[in-house]
Design a protein around this ligand. Structure first.
Ligand code: SF4
Length: 226
Protein backbone atom coordinates (compact mmCIF):
# COMPACT_ATOMS: atom_id res chain seq x y z
CA UNK A 1 0.00 0.00 0.00
CA UNK A 2 2.85 2.31 1.02
CA UNK A 3 4.72 1.40 -2.15
CA UNK A 4 1.60 2.11 -4.24
CA UNK A 5 1.26 5.56 -2.61
CA UNK A 6 4.97 6.24 -3.22
CA UNK A 7 4.52 5.10 -6.83
CA UNK A 8 1.55 7.39 -7.51
CA UNK A 9 3.38 10.30 -5.77
CA UNK A 10 6.37 9.75 -8.07
CA UNK A 11 4.13 9.66 -11.12
CA UNK A 12 2.42 12.91 -10.09
CA UNK A 13 5.83 14.55 -9.66
CA UNK A 14 6.90 13.27 -13.06
CA UNK A 15 3.70 14.62 -14.61
CA UNK A 16 4.30 17.99 -12.95
CA UNK A 17 7.83 18.15 -14.39
CA UNK A 18 6.50 17.20 -17.82
CA UNK A 19 3.91 19.98 -17.66
CA UNK A 20 6.51 22.50 -16.46
CA UNK A 21 8.86 21.39 -19.25
CA UNK A 22 6.10 21.82 -21.82
CA UNK A 23 5.19 25.29 -20.50
CA UNK A 24 8.86 26.28 -20.60
CA UNK A 25 9.25 25.08 -24.20
CA UNK A 26 6.06 26.89 -25.26
CA UNK A 27 7.25 30.11 -23.60
CA UNK A 28 10.65 29.79 -25.30
CA UNK A 29 8.97 29.27 -28.69
CA UNK A 30 6.66 32.26 -28.10
CA UNK A 31 9.59 34.45 -27.08
CA UNK A 32 11.61 33.34 -30.12
CA UNK A 33 8.63 34.14 -32.36
CA UNK A 34 8.21 37.60 -30.80
CA UNK A 35 11.93 38.37 -31.20
CA UNK A 36 11.86 37.20 -34.82
CA UNK A 37 8.74 39.27 -35.50
CA UNK A 38 10.28 42.36 -33.87
CA UNK A 39 13.53 41.99 -35.84
CA UNK A 40 11.58 41.48 -39.07
CA UNK A 41 9.59 44.66 -38.31
CA UNK A 42 12.85 46.59 -37.78
CA UNK A 43 14.23 45.31 -41.09
CA UNK A 44 11.02 46.17 -42.97
CA UNK A 45 10.82 49.69 -41.54
CA UNK A 46 14.50 50.32 -42.28
CA UNK A 47 14.03 49.22 -45.88
CA UNK A 48 10.95 51.42 -46.27
CA UNK A 49 8.47 48.55 -46.52
CA UNK A 50 5.14 48.11 -44.82
CA UNK A 51 5.04 46.14 -41.59
CA UNK A 52 2.22 43.61 -41.21
CA UNK A 53 0.17 44.20 -38.04
CA UNK A 54 1.93 47.49 -37.15
CA UNK A 55 0.01 47.93 -33.87
CA UNK A 56 1.07 44.48 -32.70
CA UNK A 57 4.61 45.18 -33.86
CA UNK A 58 4.68 48.41 -31.86
CA UNK A 59 3.41 46.52 -28.83
CA UNK A 60 6.12 43.85 -29.19
CA UNK A 61 8.82 46.50 -29.64
CA UNK A 62 7.76 48.23 -26.43
CA UNK A 63 7.43 45.00 -24.41
CA UNK A 64 10.82 43.67 -25.55
CA UNK A 65 12.39 47.11 -25.66
CA UNK A 66 15.35 46.53 -23.37
CA UNK A 67 16.60 43.17 -24.75
CA UNK A 68 15.98 44.34 -28.32
CA UNK A 69 17.78 47.60 -27.66
CA UNK A 70 20.76 45.69 -26.37
CA UNK A 71 20.70 43.46 -29.46
CA UNK A 72 20.39 46.36 -31.91
CA UNK A 73 22.74 48.88 -30.29
CA UNK A 74 25.65 48.06 -32.66
CA UNK A 75 23.38 48.90 -35.62
CA UNK A 76 22.08 52.24 -34.29
CA UNK A 77 23.05 55.51 -35.93
CA UNK A 78 25.83 57.61 -34.47
CA UNK A 79 26.80 54.88 -32.06
CA UNK A 80 23.81 55.94 -29.96
CA UNK A 81 21.96 52.71 -30.43
CA UNK A 82 18.71 54.51 -31.22
CA UNK A 83 17.63 52.29 -34.10
CA UNK A 84 14.85 50.66 -32.11
CA UNK A 85 13.42 54.00 -31.00
CA UNK A 86 13.55 55.34 -34.57
CA UNK A 87 11.69 52.28 -35.82
CA UNK A 88 9.09 52.57 -33.04
CA UNK A 89 8.53 56.26 -33.82
CA UNK A 90 8.13 55.48 -37.52
CA UNK A 91 5.67 52.68 -36.73
CA UNK A 92 3.78 54.95 -34.32
CA UNK A 93 3.44 57.55 -37.10
CA UNK A 94 2.09 54.91 -39.50
CA UNK A 95 -0.35 53.51 -36.94
CA UNK A 96 -1.70 56.98 -36.08
CA UNK A 97 -1.69 58.55 -39.52
CA UNK A 98 -5.18 57.54 -40.62
CA UNK A 99 -6.72 58.94 -37.41
CA UNK A 100 -4.48 62.01 -37.51
CA UNK A 101 -5.70 63.20 -40.93
CA UNK A 102 -9.29 63.11 -39.68
CA UNK A 103 -8.56 65.93 -37.24
CA UNK A 104 -9.33 69.38 -38.64
CA UNK A 105 -6.33 71.72 -38.67
CA UNK A 106 -7.81 73.74 -35.81
CA UNK A 107 -7.67 70.66 -33.61
CA UNK A 108 -4.01 70.00 -34.20
CA UNK A 109 -1.14 71.31 -32.12
CA UNK A 110 2.55 71.55 -32.88
CA UNK A 111 5.16 71.17 -30.12
CA UNK A 112 8.71 72.27 -30.88
CA UNK A 113 11.76 72.02 -28.63
CA UNK A 114 13.33 75.27 -27.45
CA UNK A 115 16.71 74.21 -28.89
CA UNK A 116 15.39 74.87 -32.41
CA UNK A 117 15.39 78.62 -31.75
CA UNK A 118 18.12 80.99 -32.79
CA UNK A 119 20.70 81.50 -30.04
CA UNK A 120 19.71 85.17 -30.20
CA UNK A 121 16.03 84.46 -29.67
CA UNK A 122 14.34 87.38 -27.89
CA UNK A 123 11.23 85.36 -26.88
CA UNK A 124 10.18 85.25 -23.25
CA UNK A 125 9.09 82.21 -21.29
CA UNK A 126 5.47 82.01 -20.22
CA UNK A 127 4.64 79.46 -17.55
CA UNK A 128 1.44 78.37 -19.31
CA UNK A 129 2.25 78.84 -22.99
CA UNK A 130 5.93 78.01 -23.08
CA UNK A 131 8.37 80.18 -24.99
CA UNK A 132 6.34 82.80 -26.84
CA UNK A 133 7.77 83.34 -30.32
CA UNK A 134 7.56 86.98 -31.40
CA UNK A 135 8.28 86.10 -35.04
CA UNK A 136 11.53 88.04 -35.13
CA UNK A 137 12.65 86.05 -38.16
CA UNK A 138 15.97 84.89 -36.72
CA UNK A 139 14.91 81.27 -37.17
CA UNK A 140 12.44 79.17 -39.17
CA UNK A 141 10.00 79.04 -36.27
CA UNK A 142 8.72 82.48 -37.36
CA UNK A 143 7.49 80.91 -40.62
CA UNK A 144 5.80 78.06 -38.73
CA UNK A 145 4.26 80.47 -36.24
CA UNK A 146 2.83 82.64 -39.01
CA UNK A 147 1.39 79.61 -40.74
CA UNK A 148 -0.06 78.12 -37.54
CA UNK A 149 -1.61 81.43 -36.52
CA UNK A 150 -3.27 81.79 -39.92
CA UNK A 151 -4.65 78.23 -39.83
CA UNK A 152 -5.73 78.13 -36.19
CA UNK A 153 -3.12 75.57 -35.18
CA UNK A 154 -1.63 76.10 -31.72
CA UNK A 155 2.16 76.10 -31.67
CA UNK A 156 4.09 75.55 -28.47
CA UNK A 157 7.82 75.96 -27.98
CA UNK A 158 8.56 73.71 -25.06
CA UNK A 159 11.23 74.64 -22.51
CA UNK A 160 11.45 71.00 -21.33
CA UNK A 161 9.87 67.61 -20.72
CA UNK A 162 7.65 68.64 -17.81
CA UNK A 163 6.07 71.39 -19.87
CA UNK A 164 5.56 69.04 -22.83
CA UNK A 165 3.83 66.46 -20.64
CA UNK A 166 1.51 69.11 -19.23
CA UNK A 167 0.61 70.36 -22.71
CA UNK A 168 -0.08 66.79 -23.84
CA UNK A 169 -2.30 66.14 -20.82
CA UNK A 170 -4.20 69.37 -21.42
CA UNK A 171 -4.73 68.59 -25.11
CA UNK A 172 -5.76 64.97 -24.99
CA UNK A 173 -8.58 65.60 -27.45
CA UNK A 174 -6.25 67.14 -30.04
CA UNK A 175 -3.89 65.64 -32.60
CA UNK A 176 -0.26 66.42 -31.92
CA UNK A 177 2.82 66.85 -34.07
CA UNK A 178 5.92 66.73 -31.91
CA UNK A 179 9.52 67.56 -32.82
CA UNK A 180 12.25 66.34 -30.48
CA UNK A 181 15.42 64.31 -30.16
CA UNK A 182 14.94 60.54 -30.42
CA UNK A 183 14.88 59.73 -26.67
CA UNK A 184 12.34 62.48 -25.93
CA UNK A 185 10.26 61.57 -28.96
CA UNK A 186 10.19 57.91 -27.92
CA UNK A 187 9.15 58.88 -24.41
CA UNK A 188 6.45 61.09 -25.93
CA UNK A 189 5.29 58.21 -28.13
CA UNK A 190 4.81 55.98 -25.08
CA UNK A 191 2.97 58.73 -23.20
CA UNK A 192 0.67 59.62 -26.11
CA UNK A 193 -0.20 55.96 -26.61
CA UNK A 194 -0.86 55.59 -22.90
CA UNK A 195 -3.24 58.55 -22.72
CA UNK A 196 -4.76 58.02 -26.16
CA UNK A 197 -3.43 61.03 -28.09
CA UNK A 198 -3.12 60.77 -31.86
CA UNK A 199 0.43 61.89 -32.52
CA UNK A 200 3.01 62.24 -35.24
CA UNK A 201 6.66 62.47 -34.24
CA UNK A 202 9.51 64.07 -36.17
CA UNK A 203 13.09 63.53 -34.99
CA UNK A 204 15.57 66.39 -34.99
CA UNK A 205 18.22 66.15 -37.70
CA UNK A 206 20.92 67.52 -35.42
CA UNK A 207 20.63 67.40 -31.67
CA UNK A 208 22.10 69.29 -28.74
CA UNK A 209 21.10 72.00 -26.29
CA UNK A 210 21.19 74.82 -28.88
CA UNK A 211 21.27 75.28 -32.63
CA UNK A 212 19.44 72.08 -33.53
CA UNK A 213 17.70 71.52 -36.85
CA UNK A 214 14.74 69.67 -38.30
CA UNK A 215 13.40 68.92 -41.75
CA UNK A 216 10.84 71.76 -41.94
CA UNK A 217 9.27 70.29 -45.08
CA UNK A 218 8.59 67.12 -43.12
CA UNK A 219 7.07 69.18 -40.30
CA UNK A 220 4.72 70.92 -42.76
CA UNK A 221 3.91 67.66 -44.56
CA UNK A 222 2.81 65.96 -41.35
CA UNK A 223 1.20 68.99 -39.74
CA UNK A 224 -0.97 69.76 -42.79
CA UNK A 225 -1.58 66.16 -43.88
CA UNK A 226 -5.15 65.42 -44.99
S1 SF4 B 1 11.51 83.50 -34.78
FE1 SF4 B 1 10.58 83.17 -32.75
S2 SF4 B 1 11.64 81.40 -31.93
FE2 SF4 B 1 12.86 82.10 -33.65
S3 SF4 B 1 14.39 83.45 -32.73
FE3 SF4 B 1 12.64 84.76 -33.31
S4 SF4 B 1 11.31 84.88 -31.52
FE4 SF4 B 1 12.75 83.19 -31.20
Amino acid sequence: MLNAAKGSGGEALLLLFEILGLVFVLLAVLLAFLFAFALLSVLLVRSGRRVPFPKFSLFVLSVLHEPLRWLLTPFGSGGGGDLLERVAISLGNDVNFRDFVNFPLTERILILPQCLRSVECPAKLDAFEGIKCVKCGRCEIAMLKNLCDSLGIRLFISPGGTFTKRILMQNRDKAVVGVACIPNLYEGLLLTRLIGITAQGIPLLTTGCVGTSVDYEEVLRRLLAR
